[in-house]
Design a protein around this ligand. Structure first.
Ligand SMILES: Nc1ncnc2c1ncn2[C@@H]1O[C@H](COP(=O)(O)OP(=O)(O)O)[C@@H](O)[C@H]1O
Ligand SMILES: [Mg+2]
Length: 244
C-alpha cells in the first residue's frame, strides 16, 4: 500500500509580477499542500500582498503559472473567475464587513455572492452554522460596529469559510488586534487548516510566526529568499514553556 500522493492546492511556477517597470515578485516557484498552514513574511513592500492576490486572481502574473486546486489562475477567462473565487476564501487586516448588514447577513453574503441560486433561508441557516463554528452563534444579529475587532475578524473568517474553500488567504489578519486577540484568531486559522483547507497567512507578527513553528516563506524585494519547513521546537513544548 502506498500513501496517497497529495496534489498541491496552490502551485506557483516561475511566477513574476511587475507593476510597470517595478518587479514585485521575481521568479517564484513553490507549492502548498492540503491542510498546510504557511506564513508569508518579509518587510513592507516585499511582495506579500501581490503574492496573495495572484491566488484569487485579483492580479495576473506577468510571467509564469499559478495553479489553484487544479485551476489555471494565470490564464483564467474573466467568465470563470467566480469558479476560482469559490475555492479561495479571503481575510483582510481591516475585516471588510459591510456596515449595514448584520453579522449573519455578512456571512450569508459570502455564500450568495458566489451562488445566486441559494435561497435566503438556506443562506441564513448556513451563516448561523458558520458563526457558531467561530464562537459567535449568539451575535448573528449584531452589526459590525457593535462587535470588537476580534469578533469582526471572526465574522470575516466565517464569511470566508462558508463556501468551504480549498484555500484561505489572510493578509495581515491580526494587524489591527492586540496580542491576546491575535492568538485567538490564529487558533481559529489553525483549526481551519486542521479540517484540510490550505491556509496562507501574510503577517508581520514575529511572535506568532516564531511560536507556531509552521512553514515560513520569506520574501525580500520580490524574491523568495527562504523557505523554512515546519518544525523546530514542537507546539506543545512552547506551550509548556510559555506557561512556566
Ligand atoms: N498597484 C500597484 N502599482 C504599483 N506598484 C505596486 C502596486 N501594488 C504594489 N506595488 C509595489 O509592489 C511591491 C510589492 O508590494 P506588496 O505586494 O504590496 O508588498 P507587501 O504586501 O509585502 O508590503 C512594492 O514595491 C509596491 O510598492
Ligand atoms: Mg501587504
Amino acid at each position: 500500500m502506498f500513501p496517497a500522493v497529495l496534489r498541491p492546492i496552490v502551485e506557483f511556477k516561475g511566477v513574476t509580477r511587475a507593476y510597470g517597470s517595478r518587479l514585485a515578485l521575481d521568479d517564484i516557484s513553490l507549492s502548498l499542500e492540503p491542510g498546510d498552514l504557511t506564513f508569508l513574511v518579509g518587510p513592507s513592500g516585499a511582495g506579500k500582498t501581490t503574492f496573495l492576490k495572484l491566488i484569487n486572481r485579483e492580479l495576473r502574473p506577468t510571467k509564469g503559472e499559478v495553479w489553484v486546486d487544479g485551476v489555471a489562475a494565470h490564464s483564467l477567462k474573466a467568465s470563470r473567475v467566480a469558479d476560482l473565487r469559490r475555492r479561495v476564501g479571503v481575510v483582510f487586516q481591516d475585516y471588510k464587513l459591510l456596515p449595514r448588514l448584520t453579522a449573519k447577513e455578512n456571512v450569508a453574503f459570502g455564500l450568495q455572492v458566489g451562488d445566486l441560486r441559494i435561497s435566503d433561508a438556506e443562506a441564513m441557516d448556513r451563516a448561523l452554522d458558520a458563526l457558531e463554528a467561530v464562537g459567535l452563534g449568539d451575535r448573528g444579529s449584531s452589526f459590525p460596529n457593535q462587535l470588537s475587532g476580534g469578533q469582526q475578524q471572526r465574522v470575516a473568517v466565517a464569511r470566508a469559510m462558508i463556501t468551504q474553500p480549498r484555500v484561505l488567504i489572510a493578509d495581515e489578519p491580526t494587524g489591527n488586534l492586540d496580542m491576546e486577540t491575535a492568538w485567538q484568531i490564529m487558533a481559529l486559522l489553525e483549526n481551519v487548516a486542521t479540517f484540510g483547507t490550505t491556509v496562507l497567512v501574510a503577517t508581520h507578527n514575529v511572535e506568532i510566526v516564531r511560536r507556531l513553528q509552521r512553514r515560513i516563506l520569506t520574501l525580500v524585494e520580490g524574491r523568495l529568499v527562504r523557505d523554512q519547513p515546519a518544525g523546530g521546537i514542537g507546539r506543545m513544548e512552547w506551550l509548556a514553556s510559555a506557561s512556566s
